[in-house]
Every structure is written in structure tokens, then in C-alpha cells.
Design a protein. Structure first.
Length: 219
């Protein structure tokens, strides 16, 4: 933010929020970055969430002041994509940038197949930085984090992939694996069951059978 790299700041705060959804400072500062970028609707949502989460009266007042200013700006902006609350990265992506993101994603998947998880993490992070709504890259980065035994980070990636594409199956299985490793067995069992019953295009029959077995063992 100090360097005025507001887009990068927004994604950094978004990563922090995914890792700790109840972190007041992450939500408040994400709202600040989004507002500077002109995404007033999204900024208001973040400030409202921060206000609900905090017990600090000063933060609540600051959030309310920001919301009031943002609503005024929102009214001035009319129906621009930003005013309608579309997230950064959801607009058009240059073909060259998209191609670079896809190449980074494919390279990351190749690294995973070779069990080079640290290299996969690096290239898949590049992919999501270049195309922030590339769901498959978040799912693959979750797999890289699983390989590195970074289970909380893996869960955050799978959760965001499901937020982007709620009907996809692959993140369900990955999130179940992360939760099982974290000892969150009831949640893992539910996710395995959901995967086993899924009819999504990306579901794999062999993993469905495995999911049923794992769900049964967690009873």
C-alpha cells in the first residue's frame, strides 16, 4: 500500500483473509485497497465484516466513516464494473497474460507429478497472480501445499477454488484431505461424502470409491 501497488496489496490482503477469515485488520485493509482501486461495493462488504468482528469502537467508527465515503463514491461512479462490486481480476485479461498463467499452471502440475512440490508452489503462485480467478491453479496449489504438509494453506486454496466454482469436485477431495490431516475429521467425512456423490465433470470414479472408504473409516 505504501508503494501504491494497490492491486498487489489487494491480493495479499485477500490471501490473508482466506487464511484467517476473522482477522479484522486483514478485512479492514482489504477494504482500503479495494476502495482505492474503485471496487466500492466489495470494499463496503469488507468494512462491514470487520465492523461486525471487532469489539473496538474506534475501528467500528472508522469502518462506518469509510462506508459512508465509499457509498458517495459509488453513487458518483454509476454502474461501472467497480461500482457493481466485481472483484479485481474479474475483468478482461490480456491474451498474453492468460497464456502465461496457463503455462505456469501446466508447469506447476508437471512439478506435482514429479513430486517437486516447492517448485510447483512457486509456479502456481505465479499463475494465480497472472490470472487471479484461475480456479484450477488454486486447486493445484492446494495439492502442492499438501505435498509440503502445509495443510492450513492447502485448505485455504481449496476453499477459494470452491468459492470460485462451487459445483466443482476436485477441491472437495483436496479440502477433505487437508481437513483430515488437520484433525478436522467430521468436516473431512462430509467432504468425502460430497465428493463420492458428486456428478461434476471433473470427478474421478477411482477417487469416489476411495472417498467412500475414507468417509466410512471416519465414522
Amino acid at each position: 500500500m505504501r508503494e501504491r501497488r494497490y492491486r498487489e496489496a489487494a491480493f495479499a490482503f485477500l490471501d490473508a483473509e482466506h487464511a484467517a477469515p476473522e482477522h479484522v485488520e486483514a478485512r479492514f485493509k482489504l477494504g482500503n485497497a479495494l476502495a482505492v482501486l474503485g471496487y466500492y461495493g466489495r470494499a463496503i462488504d469488507e468494512w462491514e465484516q470487520a465492523s461486525r468482528l471487532t469489539q473496538d469502537a474506534a475501528i467500528r467508527q472508522s469502518a462506518q466513516d469509510n462506508i459512508t465515503r465509499a457509498r458517495a463514491k459509488q453513487a458518483e461512479s454509476g454502474t461501472s464494473p467497480q461500482a457493481m462490486g466485481q472483484p479485481p481480476g474479474s475483468g478482461p485479461v490480456a491474451d498474453t497474460t492468460r497464456a502465461q498463467a496457463r503455462r505456469a499452471y501446466e508447469q506447476g502440475v508437471q512439478h506435482i507429478s514429479q513430486r517437486a512440490y516447492a517448485a510447483a508452489l512457486q509456479t502456481l503462485t505465479q499463475a494465480v497472480q497472472q490470472e487471479p480467478l484461475l480456479t484450477v491453479a488454486y486447486t493445484a496449489r492446494g495439492s502442492a501445499n499438501i505435498g509440503l504438509r502445509r495443510y492450513a494453506e492447502a485448505a485455504a486454496d481449496y476453499q477459494f477454488a470452491l468459492k470460485l466454482e462451487p459445483d466443482s469436485a476436485s477441491p472437495l477431495y483436496g479440502l477433505a484431505e487437508a481437513y483430515r490431516a488437520l484433525g478436522r475429521n467430521l468436516e473431512a467425512r462430509d467432504l468425502y461424502t460430497r465428493y463420492a456423490k458428486s456428478s461434476a465433470a471433473d470427478v474421478r470414479p477411482e477417487l469416489q470409491a476411495e472417498s467412500r472408504q475414507k468417509a466410512e473409516r471416519l465414522r
